[in-house]
Design a protein around this ligand. Structure first.
Ligand SMILES: Cc1ncc(COP(=O)(O)O)c(C=O)c1O
Length: 457
């Protein structure tokens, strides 16, 4: 007899992931039937036209097919296509992997790549970083799941998550049988965290018998587009310390900061400045976002700090169950943390490609936020960073944001995700859309949305 739904665990059945939920499935059906769909539901840059960086693809090509390095398996002069610094990067990587990309690596990832990540963190933050604190993963998602797996030991273990949040967190906590402890972000203050909301969320959970283990922070935020300031990060570290919590900080959008009065600060940096050495920190970065946008290559890393050696051994054991993360993703991670040096042959092209992507994203973020704020009944906070807008919508009393997004899809072909998939303050309604479609499509999006909003009842 085939497997039945009733054979599955309750945890699997209860797990939800709205970013690829029923509205997206309906959009795919409509598209199959010939409708033109404007996809705004997912932060998948290259699916929406972003070009891969030449330096990354050239390095990958040489690593995948080292015969090209030998000069002439296929080409008379590979150097004519592959600049010397790319050839050098590929040689370093291939030497580091020992057996090439077709062999498993060490479970934590190739040592040369972890060393490069540690150098990147030290240079970015002016703090010490150790390759042994770094775990390369198949995207940030797998590393986040691993950290949550380690921290959740039973049904009364609680993990604090922002509301709204990226549903990787809620879904994984449900899957691993833990308890979500939601804390609200303050929409009226650019989605900052407040100590008052954190303390309230913590105390409410404790009163219900929950043992709160960790707090997750997304900075820059998805879906909010917020970027936390230095003071807010200090407050969160202080809060975690006073309640003996670990911190999981999702920093996958660290390159995506668009407004000049905002800057990205890593938790590792702020924690070092505060001299805090007794709060465990799990930080995540990814090759999927920013100007890299290599979602399909599944690269990224987790850096841990203030984690005792015996716990590090358990994390390493967990990672070794999957043997290692994929090697092309590890190569892309190396390229992300080791861009071409100034004066090297690939440098100028790299900078030109990077700056073009960033200036497009910056201008689309502004156009989208302004356009949304020009529609009566819709209000959007500044898009300071990340790749999304999370506007608030006024709806007739009998309507939900699920109804709204479905109706928007059916009547205009616009596909966005209802706010309920991320969580929101009761009584408010939102949707999330990305800033990724090209500028003409963003204008079209705003225009169609404005018409729809005007007649929605
Ligand atoms: C906040 C956040 N964290 C993690 C991820 C997953 O990234 P990755 O592709 O590295 O698994 C995403 C993807 O959209 C995200 O928005």
């Amino acid at each position: 007899m085939p497997v039945r739904l009733t054979d599955l665990s309750l945890a699997v059945l209860e797990t939800q992931y709205a970013v690829r939920g029923p509205i997206v499935a309906r959009a795919a059906e409509l598209e199959k039937a010939g409708r033109r769909i404007l996809y705004g539901n997912i932060g998948n840059p290259q699916a929406l036209g972003q070009k891969p960086l030449t330096y990354i693809r050239q390095t990958l090509a040489l690593c995948e097919y080292p015969a090209l390095l030998e000069g002439g398996a296929l080409l008379d002069s590979p150097a004519a296509i592959f600049p010397p610094d790319v050839v050098q990067a590929a040689r370093t990587l291939l030497k580091g992997t020992v057996h090439g990309l077709g062999a498993y690596s060490e479970s934590k990832g190739v040592k040369v790549i972890r060393e490069a990540v540690a150098r990147f963190i030290s240079q970015r933050d002016g703090v010490e970083s150790d390759p042994d604190w770094i775990f390369l993963g198949d995207g940030a998602s797998k590393s986040v799941q691993m950290a949550l797996r380690v921290l959740i030991s039973g049904p009364t273990d609680g993990i604090m998550v922002p509301i709204p949040q990226y549903p990787l967190y809620s879904a994984t906590i449900t899957l691993y049988g833990g308890r979500q402890v939601p804390y609200y972000l303050d929409e009226d203050r650019d989605w900052r965290l407040s100590r008052e909301h954190l303390d309230k969320a913590f105390m409410d959970a404790v009163r219900k018998g929950v043992k709160v283990k960790a707090i997750c922070v997304l900075n820059p935020g998805n879906p909010t587009g917020s970027v936390l300031d230095h003071e807010n990060i200090r407050m969160i570290i202080d809060f975690a310390r006073s309640h003996d919590l670990s911190i999981l900080t999702d920093e996958v959008y660290q390159e995506d900061v668009y407004l000049t009065d905002f800057a990205f600060y890593s938790f590792a940096k702020v924690m070092a400045e505060m001299g805090v050495a007794d709060v465990s920190l799990f930080s995540f970065h990814s090759t999927s976002k920013g100007f890299i946008g290599e979602c399909g290559h599944r690269g990224g890393y987790m850096e841990i700090r203030n984690v005792p050696g015996e716990v590090v051994d358990q994390i390493t054991k967990l990672q070794s169950i999957s043997l290692c993360s994929n090697l092309p993703g590890q190569v892309v991670t190396y390229c992300m943390v080791t861009p071409p040096a100034e004066g090297s042959p690939s440098h100028d092209l790299y900078v030109a490609e990077r700056d073009h992507i960033m200036s497009e994203l910056r201008s689309r973020a502004a156009i989208l936020a302004d356009g949304l704020n020009g529609i009566p009944g819709i209000r959007c906070t500044r898009i300071a960073g990340a790749m999304y807008a999370f506007p608030r919508v006024e709806l007739p009393a009998h309507r939900t944001d699920d109804d709204y997004c479905l109706s928007l899809l059916e009547s205009t072909g616009i596909c966005v995700v209802p706010g309920s998939g991320f969580g929101q303050m009761p009584g408010t309604h939102h949707f999330r859309t990305t800033i990724l479609p090209e500028t003409a499509l963003i204008h079209e999006f705003v225009e169609k949305l404005g018409e729809f909003q005007g007649q929605y009842k």
